[in-house]
Design a protein. Structure first.
Lengths: 291, 301
């Protein structure tokens, strides 16, 4: 899962010395195979989203946004992201700090636990919160009923499942950046008399700002796009607990393809923005490294 | 700089990394940078509350079932058929990704061609695109009247509402894992080793199969395992294209969802337990493979 995280590239210019590369024909054949495969499996689906969304003209495209349930779904999705991203931002900073600034035993175990949400199926990520908070079958059913608190089939459950799914992203993006930065500048600041918080805000944070920025954008995109985990905990009640991806499913199953693909196109734009930012951040990091 | 009085631990003078033994240096480090208690305490509390306790719910719930009920729950014909579909198709999708992912990673790192950067950026798309969006987009392409389906169906290829459809979705979501695992390894692969082989008279084909491929095997296996691990848990992109016919094209995550919809919590939890164990074993394998890859990289440099 770590693959989406930005990394420092060793962009050695591809060599074309005949002794250590393939014959020209083989080279072009391999490039053709790679481009065709990616075109078929990645580019075509992306293109399909936008073509299907605009199939019946821009008027119908924008008419989708007059649907009350669509607006409700967008608002709910924004709320979920507004809860889960800041939570995982604070966690990500604390975890990256604890992982990179000190040496202790059991660090690799900590990183493995941090990676667990990547390994768990989204459906199971939803199920675990149902097992705890469901008012019919959950561990906490009795106290929840007593105080009339709804977690499953409501916003808190959706937010919890989303926090679980997106938990590692910011921390995993920050750890290598902080590691590459080392601790020397923090040592210098502390030696000059700065306190811990001051060192963090004036030395560490500016150093990792691009990695942090990308981590937040990625976490946000995943939070807004989560489907499986949210499907299990939300109950998908139109206008109440239907997030954007869930409402896309509803529309699609109601044979309202244009509306489904219209909403899908918003999330696709968000995905494209994430990819652009990833490359921008990698370029920034590489540039600052060579300067 | 400020009116702050120097903190008491600044006397440790952390800058003299060579003169202090490693163990002592680490102890000094821990004391010099403040915030260990705060950040570690917060990290562990957060992980315990949001990851460890919720995940343990699956195992604790299952342990209350008794062996016989548990075995019955995880071996019903519908579930067994779903295991076969999930693990079988995930295997073939990961294998396809290992093959084409290698070609893509090789081409992107070794060759220069117009649009290379753009193609490279596109590789991450399955990570960033919500799974439900991928699901409906792939169905639009591969359904009988879809863009590609209309040409493939007359050829006898049932590309949607079949295991082929599941294969397409799982290949889509797994590709970046192989490419992004292989790319850094190919990037740092030493050209001199290839030059040595070539100067000793080996043909390019022989250099490729006896020098390059063996060095890339650990990374390829890692990428394969990552793609496979992601595929067995995948839900959103599959359910639209798979058709979800019981005993034929149902995947395990879908079976869990169906149990939940029927309020059959014990069986949902039991099957989830099996899948969690499978995921943890794969995570362990990936960790071992990654350590192997790194040790090869270190030995070379």
């Amino acid at each position: 899962m770590a693959a989406i995280l930005s990394r420092v590239r060793h962009d050695t210019y591809p060599k074309t010395d005949s002794a250590i590369t393939e014959p020209r024909l083989v080279r072009w054949l391999l490039i053709l195979v790679a481009v065709l495969f990616l075109g078929l499996f990645l580019f075509m689906p992306l293109l399909a989203v936008f073509v299907e969304a605009f199939k019946q003209g821009t008027k119908l495209y924008f008419a989708t946004f007059e649907d009350r349930y669509a607006v409700d779904a967008i608002i709910l999705t924004l709320k979920v992201a507004a809860i889960s991203v800041p939570m995982n931002l604070v966690f990500g900073l604390a975890a990256a700090w604890a992982i990179t600034k000190y040496s202790y035993r059991g660090k690799s175990l900590l990183v493995t636990v941090l990676d667990l949400p990547f390994a768990v199926s989204p459906v199971i990520a939803g199920l675990i919160f149902v097992l705890i908070f469901s008012t019919t079958h959950g561990w906490l059913a009795e106290p929840l009923k007593e105080h009339n608190i709804r977690i499953i089939f409501a916003l808190p459950g959706i937010a919890l499942a989303t926090v679980f799914i997106t938990l590692p992203f910011i921390a995993r993006e920050l750890v290598p950046v902080m590691q590459a930065q080392g601790k020397d500048e923090e040592f210098a600041a502390l030696t000059l008399g700065a306190g811990g918080w001051r060192t963090f805000f004036t030395v560490t944070l500016p150093n990792v700002k691009w990695g942090l920025f990308y981590g937040v954008i990625l976490c946000n995109a995943r939070a807004m796009g989560e489907f499986g985990a949210v499907a299990v905990v939300s109950g998908n009640i139109k206008g109440r607990t239907s997030t954007l991806p869930l409402y896309i499913e509803t529309l699609y199953n109601e044979y309202n393809g244009v509306a489904a693909f219209t909403l899908a196109s918003i999330l696709s734009l968000l995905a494209l923005l994430t990819l652009v930012l990833k490359n921008f951040v990698e370029w920034r990091v590489a540039k600052s490294r060579y300067n | 700089m400020t009116s702050n009085t120097p903190r008491e631990n600044t006397g440790d003078r952390p800058i003299s990394p060579t003169s202090v033994p490693k163990r002592r240096r680490e102890r000094i480090n821990r004391r010099v940078i403040p915030g260990f208690g705060l950040t570690m305490g917060f990290t562990l509390t957060y992980l315990t509350l949001l990851v460890l306790i919720p995940l343990s719910a699956v195992f604790i719930r299952t342990s209350g079932m008794g062996w016989e009920d548990f075995w019955k729950a995880i071996s019903s014909p519908q579930v067994v058929s779903a295991y076969k579909v999930t693990f079988g198709v995930s295997f073939y999708a990961a294998l396809t990704n290992a093959f084409f992912g290698f070609i893509v990673a090789w081409v992107l790192t070794r060759y220069q061609f117009p649009g290379r950067k753009l193609v490279d950026a596109l590789v991450d798309l399955p990570f960033a695109l919500p799974t439900a969006v991928a699901g409906i987009a792939l169905t639009a392409l591969y359904a009988p009247n879809g863009w590609l389906g209309q040409f493939l169906y007359p050829l006898g290829l049932q590309t949607a509402y079949s295991t082929t459809g599941i294969f397409i979705a799982l290949t889509f979501i797994g590709l970046p894992f192989v490419v992004r695992t292989l790319q850094p390894v190919i990037e740092v692969f030493d050209h001199e080793v290839e030059e040595a082989g070539a100067s000793l008279g080996a043909s390019r084909l022989r250099v490729f199969f006896t020098i390059i491929i063996p060095a890339l095997v650990p990374a390829m296996l890692t990428g394969f395992a990552l793609a496979f691990a992601r595929a067995i848990g995948e839900y959103g992109s599959v359910i639209f294209i798979s058709g979800n016919q019981p005993m034929k094209t149902e995947i395990v995550p879908l079976v869990i969802v169906k149990f939940l919809e029927n309020y059959n919590y014990p069986q949902a939890t039991a099957v989830a337990c099996v899948m969690l164990v499978a995921s943890f074993v794969l995570l362990l394998i990936v960790n071992i493979l990654q350590r192997w890859t790194e040790s090869i990289g270190q030995a070379r440099s």
